[in-house]
Design a protein around this ligand. Structure first.
Ligand SMILES: NC(=O)c1ccc[n+]([C@@H]2O[C@H](COP(=O)([O-])OP(=O)(O)OC[C@H]3O[C@@H](n4cnc5c(N)ncnc54)[C@H](OP(=O)(O)O)[C@@H]3O)[C@@H](O)[C@H]2O)c1
Length: 259
């Protein structure tokens, strides 16, 4: 599929400085899309922008922003108002692997803001003009963790549950506007996420490479509204429908508590 023709010539990725965001940026640059790159680490954004401009001959705009800051959405809106953002990857997010009682209020607020409030408000910011143009696409990063309780990553799992339901609902709302929305739910993927979360070891079932998650996202955008990446993760999340919630919560706790 010619993504540039279908969605428009500009894409925007939040959390482009690392992990899945960088991989989405590389894949979209290969499609010939000009890119707006958003994250806090300015130097990384500029390095990536230089690489993508050189390799793919595209234009880039780096917006170093902490999305949890009050003015971030306004700034993002103002800096991109003259660009037709046709493909938006709602990706920036983080989690903490820590007992709930040991988490600081400020961390809980920041996580809920970055993982829930910001994706919802940015969806509105970029979907509204797409709906007017009657074309566009959005990818929302949820997680396999969205499908089950995730003690002791309790708040993180809950924020991803929000993203899953938000994205799947928006997929339906946007259908009549010819705008595709896809919710992507990766399992354990090899990015900086786990270091940031404070995890010491991997989970059962292995680690996926972020390029695979991205490849499958673009294969399914416009065809499905949601997918769980990896057979193992798909099977686990599917199984949770048939097992009592208390058993799912207990097994999840056993799997995650010593990470
Ligand atoms: N890796 C996994 O196993 C996994 C599994 C399921 C779902 N996910 C989801 O995938 C998405 C991407 O995660 P990842 O694995 O690629 O993690 P990552 O490698 O840690 O990347 C996270 C990105 O988010 C950006 N970010 C963090 N806080 C930010 C803030 N306050 N303002 C702006 N940008 C911010 C980071 O950039 P700066 O630090 O430069 O700001 C970075 O570019 C997340 O939503 C995560 O929940 C990941």
């Amino acid at each position: 599929m010619d993504f540039k023709e279908k969605y428009g010539s500009w894409g925007l990725i939040t959390g482009a400085s690392a992990g899945l965001g960088t991989c989405y940026a590389r894949a979209m640059a290969e499609m010939g899309l000009n890119l707006v790159l958003v994250a806090r680490r300015e130097e990384r954004l500029h390095q990536l922008a230089e690489e993508l401009e050189k390799t793919n001959g595209i234009k880039t705009l780096c917006l170093p922003l902490d999305l949890t800051e009050e003015a971030a959405i306004e700034i993002l809106g103002a800096k991109t108002s003259s660009l037709e953002i046709g493909l938006f990857v709602n990706n920036a997010g983080f989690g903490y692997l820590n007992s709930f009682l040991e988490q600081k209020d400020s961390n809980i607020s920041k996580m809920i803001r970055l993982n829930c409030e910001i994706p919802a408000r940015l969806s509105r910011l970029f979907l509204a003009p797409m709906a007017e143009r009657k074309r566009g696409g959005m990818i929302v990063l949820a997680s396999a963790a969205a499908y089950l309780p995730t003690p002791p990553m309790s708040v993180y799992g809950a924020t991803k549950g929000f993203d899953l339901l938000l994205g799947e609902s928006l997929a339906m709302e946007m259908r009549s506007f010819n705008v595709d929305v896809l919710v992507v739910s990766p399992g354990h993927t090899d990015t900086e996420f786990h270091g940031v979360a404070g995890a010491q070891s991997a989970v059962v079932g292995g680690t996926a490479c972020p390029e695979d998650v991205v490849k499958q996202s673009f294969r399914l955008l416009g065809k499905r509204i949601s997918f769980v990446h990896g057979v193992h993760n798909f099977f686990l999340t599917w199984l949770t429908r048939f097992v009592p919630r208390s058993v799912v919560a207990r097994l999840s706790f056993l799997a995650l508590k010593n990470r």
